[in-house]
Design a protein around this ligand. Sequence first.
Ligand code: CUA
Length: 187
Amino acid sequence: MAVETDHGIGEAVAARIERRWATLSIVIVGVLVGMATFIGIHQATMPQGRVETADPGTLHLSGEFIESNLGSAVEADGSVTVRAIGQQYSFTPQCVVVPLETPINFRATSADVVHGLLIEGTNINTMLVPGYVSVLPIRFKALGEHVMPCQEFCGIGHQGMWGKVKVVDKTEFLNRTAAKRRLTCVD
Ligand code: CUA
């Protein structure tokens, strides 16, 4: 009898512990699903949950990545969109100019193979995959220059594939956009 009672108590304890761990597992799954939902909605995932495409075969002929549309442009809401492409073995534009303390959206893609886009000193570090548009939001808090190397091995000239980002005063930037709709460092 005593043995049976002990057995019953042991079973109750085991059931309680199992319930506790089962609840914990469900809570962990719930937290992870919540996190995935949050970063998905706020487009903080990399690659983004909402994928935009761009045909590398017609990149230079039509659409947002034609050459005249590359560079930095001011949007109606005051933010700046930077459009760039990577190709063996350079970025276009080679030097990106952006204003200080302004919400900036990088939109970039590749014309040939997989390249990388990294802006030194920032959290921008992504791949440029032919067929897909990489979208990255950023805000620069200091004037100056950042190097922008390709960080994916993309062929024999990979180590020579470097770009630059120049952060300039906002007023200066806006004055320059008055004369030209798409800016690069050399405009
Ligand atoms: Cu382009 Cu490495």
